[in-house]
Write a new protein. Structure first.
Length: 299
């Protein structure tokens, strides 16, 4: 079985806290994210791990067995982390990171906060630019980007895969009794990206589903699409990670996968080995790899 190892983090948090609110506070996510991850983990294992009582969530027999082994893994990782931290005390200074607006808004805040708490000598400048020109011009130390193939002059590692999904607000879905992507798109309203995204596969997928008479609201970025979607303005397509902390949105099943894109951490070859960049890159790689599901690499 190929596990999503990030599920263990949510499993351990709920096992320790015994309430969704407590686990959510521990991981700085919403309680609905905790519940969704636990249900997905139980479905993947094909077994129940918790008993839901009036006092909260208690481990059952299967959950107790898993907790014993998962706690050992956590202790081992903490021990290795302390050893690494001891060797990285000389890494200090500002690291300029460039990334997309959605990753900067949804994924990186918690990660950078954790790193800053663990390594007081590091400071970060986060630039939300959807092009890669800033790292080309040496204005950034690290770029976190989605692309199929990075530019030849940049050194990088793939950390995972981003999936795109159709989504709508819970209110819109209830109002229209909508349980999957509609066949008759003219009966619904849609939120679409402007022509700057016309070469993106997810943009083409949605555009091919719509007719000339379909009601559309056009926006220039995915954050705006998500914001309008939450207000029940219509159906849109978003990266799947944008739904994790947005309980107002629900994914609509589609016939086949919409599209995927690879997530990379990139640096210039001649600047990648400074201590602050090397450490930051490694820590980002560890956390993003856990989040997006690929096998971690060793620096």
């Amino acid at each position: 079985m190929s596990w999503n190892w990030d599920y263990l983090r949510f499993f351990l948090a709920l096992a320790d806290a015994q309430t969704l609110v407590g686990a959510a506070r521990q991981l700085s996510v919403s309680h609905t994210t905790i519940l969704r991850r636990i249900k997905a983990f139980e479905a993947e294992l094909e077994t129940q791990l918790f008993e839901h009582t009036v006092q909260g969530y208690r481990l059952n027999e299967q959950g107790e067995s898993l907790y014993t082994e998962a706690a050992k893994m956590r202790e081992a990782m903490d021990r290795v982390s302390r050893q690494i931290v001891g060797s990285d005390r000389l890494a200090q200074g500002e690291v300029v990171i460039t990334t997309t607006d959605t990753l900067a808004h949804e994924i990186l805040p918690a990660i950078l906060s954790d790193i800053a708490n663990e390594h007081e000598g590091l400071r970060f400048s986060l630039k939300m630019i959807n092009q890669i020109t800033d790292i080309d011009n040496y204005e950034a130390d690290i770029a976190i980007r989605t692309c199929k193939e990075p530019p030849d002059h940049l050194i990088g590692r793939k950390v995972g895969t981003v999936k795109f999904v159709a989504c709508v607000s819970n209110d819109y879905a209830r109002l229209h009794e909508l349980k999957k992507f509609p066949i008759n798109t003219d009966a619904h309203r849609f939120i679409v990206l402007d022509d700057s995204y016309r070469n993106s596969p997810f943009h083409r997928w949605l555009d091919d589903k719509l007719t000339l008479t379909t009601y559309r609201t056009t926006v220039s970025n995915l954050l705006s699409a998500a914001a309008l979607c939450r207000t029940s303005m219509g159906i849109t397509v978003l990266p799947d990670y944008m739904l994790e902390q947005q309980s107002q949105l629900v994914c609509l099943p589609t016939d086949g996968l919409i599209s995927t894109n690879d997530l990379w951490i990139l640096s210039h070859a001649d600047s990648r080995n400074t201590e602050r960049v090397k450490l930051t890159r490694r820590l980002l790689h560890q956390r993003l790899t856990i989040r997006f599901g690929d096998v971690p690499a060793v620096d």
